[in-house]
Design a protein around this ligand. Structure first.
Ligand code: DOR
Ligand code: ZN
Length: 409
């Protein structure tokens, strides 16, 4: 006897009528008919459909000394309500995740407070030898920020030797905020591509320009193991529209781009140049966002999945936000197939406005404010159990994603 069956329109390659049977937290069977028995049965309404839950590889949860911006609890509830059941945390917390001890403390906090499964990026440590202990403490990757670029080879070679993945914020630090700014990303990528080795597993975070994407894409055609993320705001928001809505609070790293660039980035998405969609959820207080010199970054977890679904359809949304990132972390999620974890989302087709004042996240600034979306998250299952249902959360057990075992996967 199965624990649960969800019957209705299900995404499995495309949306079709079917039944998804769940047993012991996993998808046990996917069939076209409804012939088996289960303890609980959920029948989807005609305006509802079932998708895999998302994995977001780029999230800032803050907490600790920045709990006023976000906490693990508020941020992971925001994720869950947006149909996301796994996140990868960035290390620029306060204090930073740049020692094995801090990575251990962070994983302990996440185990206690997170509502979703998680992976942790290590920050670049003072001495590169610390990375081995950080990996043993549970980091799957190291994140390299603009100011750390001079140490790229040293850090990346160590990560390669340890079988750790490498995530890069590619901007030339010295160009940020200057008139040379538009080239900050392209110049950094150009410089890095000559330093990347064939054994390195490299992920470029939030690529925002066509030129940088094209350079990376060409290099990977030569057999380098590189991947690219794209954010909701670089795909679907222009600098002008954002500034007309939220003025100076439009500040984000890398910056928002022109309409022409946004259109081209979207066409690259349709040509499968990007591997991952990731929010770069970077919550700040209203005060910090409305200052003369606003903190860079936006909140995004609560609407990123419905937004991508509405703009690009379920096929591309599931590939970029469910299947590919889960594969990158080496977890059995992101597909509605037998043997995969039963982390699933029931969406319905109904309009709702993006209203930051209603966010679960403490970060309430986004240029998408006021946009209307056509799809909404109704229910989120985590390991076959309801973890979220119309503004109610049920904390389920969470798993720390272990370091990826194999090189090159
Ligand atoms: O906009 C950004 N915000 N870009 C970053 O690289 C950091 C992030 C943050 O932590 O606020
Ligand atoms: Zn970030």
């Amino acid at each position: 006897m199965f624990d649960l069956v969800v019957r209705g329109r299900v995404f499995s390659g495309n949306l079709r009528q079917g039944s998804v049977y769940i047993k012991d937290g996993k998808i046990a069977r996917v069939t076209a008919d409804d012939s088996e028995r289960a303890e609980r049965r959920v029948l989807l309404r005609p305006n509802q459909f079932l998708l895999p839950a998302a994995t977001d590889l780029h999230v800032h949860l803050r907490d600790w000394n920045q709990a006023y911006k976000e906490t693990v609890e508020s941020g992971t509830k925001a994720a869950l309500s947006g149909g996301i059941t796994t996140i990868a945390e960035m290390p620029n917390t306060d204090p930073r995740l740049d020692t094995a001890e801090n990575v251990r403390r962070r994983i302990k906090l996440l185990r206690e407070r997170s509502y979703v499964d998680f992976a942790v990026h290590a920050g670049v440590p003072e001495r590169v030898s610390e990375l081995e202990r950080m990996r043993a403490a549970g980091s799957f990757a190291v994140k390299i920020y603009p100011q750390e670029m001079p140490r790229f080879r040293e850090v990346a070679l160590t990560a390669e030797r340890l079988g750790m993945k490498i995530a890069i914020h590619a901007e030339v630090g010295a160009m940020i905020g200057t008139s040379g700014e538009p080239l900050a990303e392209v110049d950094c990528v150009k410089g890095l591509l000559s330093l990347v080795g064939r054994g390195m597993n490299v992920r470029f975070a939030h690529i925002s320009t066509v030129a940088a994407a094209a350079l990376i894409n060409r290099k990977r055609g030569e057999g380098f193991n590189m991947r690219m993320e794209v954010t909701p705001h670089h795909l679907f928001m222009t600098r002008l529209l954002s500034e007309s809505r939220i003025g100076l609070a439009s500040s984000v790293r890398p910056p928002l781009r022109s309409g022409g660039n946004v259109r081209k980035v979207r066409s690259l998405l349709r040509r499968s140049v990007f591997d991952f969609y990731a929010t770069d959820h970077a919550p700040h207080s209203r005060k910090e966002k409305s200052s003369e010199n606003p903190a860079p970054g936006f909140s995004g977890l609560e609407f990123a999945f419905p937004l991508l679904l509405a703009r690009e359809g379920p096929g591309r949304a599931c590939k970029l936000y469910c299947e590919n990132p889960a594969k990158h972390l080496g977890i059995r999620k992101g597909l509605v197939e037998r043997g995969y974890e039963a982390d699933l989302v029931i969406f319905s087709r109904r309009s709702w406005p993006i209203d930051p004042s209603k966010f679960v996240s403490k970060g309430r600034v986004t240029p998408f404010e006021g946009d209307t979306l056509d799809y909404a998250v109704d229910i989120v299952f985590k390991a076959g159990r309801v973890a979220y249902e119309t503004n109610r959360f049920r904390k389920q057990g969470v798993t720390a994603v272990p370091p990826a075992a194999k090189k090159g996967d």
